[in-house]
Each structure stands twice: as structure tokens, then as C-alpha cells.
Design a protein around this ligand. Structure first.
Ligand code: ADP
Length: 261
């Protein structure tokens, strides 16, 4: 299988007024076409930095990042990004929000609306097409945001804590829906989350990051854990919980700083 995302020797430094912080270093990762990869780790280990670089919002200090063979240097329609705050246009209807990307890329009004309707159906929001974002719950707005990204037909979907602001029940509904969409559409997904359970539920592989400036070592990949669970995942199952424990131990492991004393 070919890699949709290829990261080699990635390093990111931030220059602050007083300091030069190496946020992440030595990150190598490849994500195959159609694969769902989750990234977990404690705050500050560089998860968002990694995602922002892939999105093209920030430049790497060293290393190489490519999506379907093209070097990432700026945001582009080949990468659809979903954040925790839905980022919808409040003055456009739900359908217009989803049709916006296809319209911008030259689709006729009619084709863009048809495309929007298709993806609103995918996320179960057909009935709300003419509503405005402010009239919808947070979970529904996030579903619009996902439909909007799908309508752009991106090579990869980059998701940064997309369900972090939702209540537990809504979050679990959206997880189930995202799993189905991923299965049906065969999209390549890189998904950043604090929740180990969410990662094990959704992903084919879980990337565990550790370190970070507050640990005195740059954020880096500690381990990549394959999730050999089937399509139907039982969050109360023995295998599921064993994987959660393994990943939790890696996330919480004391980071070796090499410091003396
Ligand atoms: P995570 O998403 O895992 O919580 P981040 O990628 O947000 O981690 O941050 C990684 C490290 O980089 C942290 O130490 C953070 O303080 C630092 N950092 C992130 N963005 C900036 C910035 N714009 N300027 C300086 N330091 C930053």
C-alpha cells in the first residue's frame, strides 16, 4: 500500500523571547492510503504541532512532510482539517457551508449543492440543510464540519480533538458515525486525541507521543501500537481494555531525560 502521509526526520523549533524550544524532534511516520491513525499523548508532547505542520499552517524546522508525494508547504484542498471548534460560517446555511468548498473549486451551484446534500446525508443532517449553524447543537455543527471536509474530497483528513468539546453521549455517537464513514469512504485519517479509549475505538494504529518542553526533551514518538481489533469494537471487551492499558502505560511512563541527579 502506498503512503498518503509521509513524515521523515521532522523537527519543529519555536523561538520565544527568552528561549528556543524544540517542540518535536525525530518524528518519522507513514500513514497508508485508507488508514486511520490516532495520535495520543500528554499535553505539550507536540500532537497539535504535528497536525498543524501537516495542515501547512506551520513550517517544519527540519525534515520532510509529504502528502501523496507532494511536499507540504501551505494549506491545500488535499488536506481537510477538522478542529474542536467547528469553524463554520455562521452567515451561511448548513448546505451552503458544505457547498462552499466545491463552489470555490469551480463546481456549478447545482453540482455543489448536490455534493453538499450527498455528504449531509452521510452525516445524517439532510433535514437540517437550510438551518444556520447557530441553530444547531455542538454535535450537529461538528457533523456539518465533517461533511464540509468530505465534500472537498481531500486526500487526507486531519482531525485535532474534534470531539473534545462534546458531552459523552454525543461524543460516542460521533465516534460511531466517524468509524462508519471511514469504513464506507476509505479515507485516510490522522486523528489527534487526549482520549486513549477514543483512539483504540477508532484507529488502525495508535501513535503514542511523549516528552515535550516541560519534560526537558522534545516531543517524540514513543511507540506505534497496532490495534488488531475487528470492525465491531466492544469498549468493554478484554482485548480492548488490554490495549487501553498498554497505551496508558506508555503515555504515563516517566520520560527519560538523561538528566543527572
Ligand atoms: P500538544 O498538542 O501535544 O498539547 P503542542 O503541539 O500544542 O502539544 O505543543 C508542543 C510544545 O510546543 C509545547 O511545549 C508548547 O508549549 C510548544 N509550542 C506550541 N506552539 C508554540 C508556539 N507558537 N510558540 C512557542 N512554543 C509553542
Amino acid at each position: 500500500m502506498s503512503a498518503d502521509i509521509l513524515i521523515q526526520g521532522l523537527e519543529k523549533r519555536y523561538e520565544t523571547a527568552t528561549d528556543d524550544v524544540v517542540a518535536v524532534a525525530d518524528v518519522d511516520l507513514d500513514v497508508a492510503a485508507g488508514e486511520f491513525v490516532a495520535v495520543v499523548g500528554a499535553s505539550g508532547c507536540g500532537k497539535s504541532t504535528l497536525l498543524r505542520i501537516l495542515a501547512g499552517f506551520e513550517q517544519p524546522s527540519a525534515g520532510r512532510v509529504t502528502v501523496r508525494g507532494s511536499a507540504v508547504t501551505a494549506p491545500g484542498p488535499d488536506r481537510g482539517v477538522v478542529f474542536q471548534d467547528y469553524g463554520l460560517f455562521p452567515w451561511l446555511s448548513v448546505r451552503e457551508n458544505v457547498a462552499y468548498g466545491p463552489r470555490r473549486r469551480g463546481a456549478s451551484r447545482r453540482d455543489a449543492a448536490a455534493r453538499a446534500d450527498h455528504y449531509l446525508d452521510t452525516v445524517g443532517l439532510t433535514r437540517f440543510a437550510t438551518r444556520f449553524p447557530g441553530e444547531l447543537s455542538g454535535g450537529m455543527q461538528q457533523r456539518v464540519a465533517i461533511a464540509r471536509v468530505l465534500a472537498n474530497d481531500p486526500a487526507v483528513m486531519l482531525m485535532d480533538e474534534p470531539f473534545g468539546a462534546l458531552d459523552a453521549l454525543t461524543r460516542s455517537e460521533l465516534q460511531t458515525q466517524l468509524r462508519r464513514i471511514h469504513r464506507d469512504e476509505g479515507r485516510t485519517v490522522l486523528f489527534v486525541t487526549h482520549s486513549i479509549e477514543e483512539a483504540v475505538y477508532l484507529a488502525d494504529r495508535v501513535v503514542v507521543m511523549t516528552g515535550g518542553a516541560s519534560h526537558g526533551v522534545p516531543g517524540h514518538i514513543r511507540e506505534i501500537v497496532p490495534i488488531p481489533l475487528g470492525v465491531e469494537r466492544d469498549v468493554t471487551g478484554t482485548d480492548f481494555n488490554a490495549l487501553k492499558r498498554t497505551i496508558s502505560a506508555l503515555v504515563h511512563e516517566r520520560v527519560a531525560t538523561g538528566a543527572v541527579g
